[in-house]
Design a protein around this ligand. Sequence first.
Ligand code: NAD
Length: 364
Amino acid sequence: MIFETLEQYDYEQVVFCQDKASGLKAIIAIHDTTLGPALGGCRMWPYATEEEAIEDALRLARGMTYKNAAAGLNLGGGKTVVIGDPKKDKSEALFRALGRYVQSLNGRYITAEDVGTSVSDMDTMHEETDYVVGLSESFGSSGNPSPLTALGVYQAMKRTAKEAFGSDELKGLKIAVQGVGNVSYTLCKYLHEEGAELIVTDIFQQSIDRAVNDFGATAVEPDEIYGIEADIFAPCALGGILNDETIPQLKVKAVCGSSNNQLKDMEKHSAQLAERNIIYAPDFVVNSGGVINVADELHGYNEKRATDKVKEIYNQMDKIFEIAKRDNISTALAADRMAEERIDQMMRVRSTFSRHEHSIISRR
Ligand code: NAD
């Protein structure tokens, strides 16, 4: 049945990696490399079944194709999942064995940190492969991605405000922020500096206190954030929070935040938001600053170049609103279409014969 599954979304390759001595059991899924090598993180998780692990690898790899394409990167989509408990099953041998598998793909796939893996795991893989990013400082790393993710959310929010209120100035707007963690603290700083009014919530009192003290934010209970009378809702904590229970409570004109997979059901809930005239800024474009930042390591990291590229998220949002209007579809679908159209265009560009393909990976 595996080929039927692969055919459904046209996956290119799945690699099963096994090393008995280290206990490595991993799956590398490569969805699409039209734009360039597949980039996507390495997740370590105690999957209950092999089927669950394969399903996750495939779903996440395809997600990366869309995310990288929509971010304007010359990268395709891929992902690794390691079956195991990150608290118990990690070892040097396991990550080096995996590094050798990544190397064997000869640059078709580039790995990075994800849920359950760390910078030091990437450094260990780097002993065996050139095709890993998110390394520690000593290797010229891009560092903590959160500040640039926040900058991208801020740019997306400005463009979303323009769509909702006719101006990209956030001064005087009331913004309800769910979660004030790594990304959102920096986002709140930008918003405060521009003169926006902040209403925040978190499950940690310390995080709330910091936002109240540093930015004069008003704090509310976690379950109150959905019903706040505000201009924009910024989900920056959890996935699946735009659903049947929460959407009817919203009293905002737009949603724009850093969380992954905000819509519980993509089609149903993006339609529900549109029915209520709430503009939805697609999450995987809004939060693409993180991947843009880490991908810059492939050229030898340059902070200014990465920052400039993250600011382009404003223009990517522009295209999404344009496609949504052109095709009369939701912004969520428009983001997917923007990615698909770019892949399609580049497929045609790349059909011109060249004896030596240019590589985006600089020698390290
Ligand atoms: P984080 O853990 O630092 O921050 C999340 C915050 O949300 C924490 O302060 C947490 O206490 C709070 N929170 C958790 N449950 C909550 C609830 N029910 N109600 C209110 N607050 C709650 O994480 P982060 O790195 O800031 O990431 C935030 C989101 O953005 C995540 O969904 C993440 O996947 C996504 N994201 C992050 C990056 C990045 O660069 N860090 C990149 C892309 C996407």
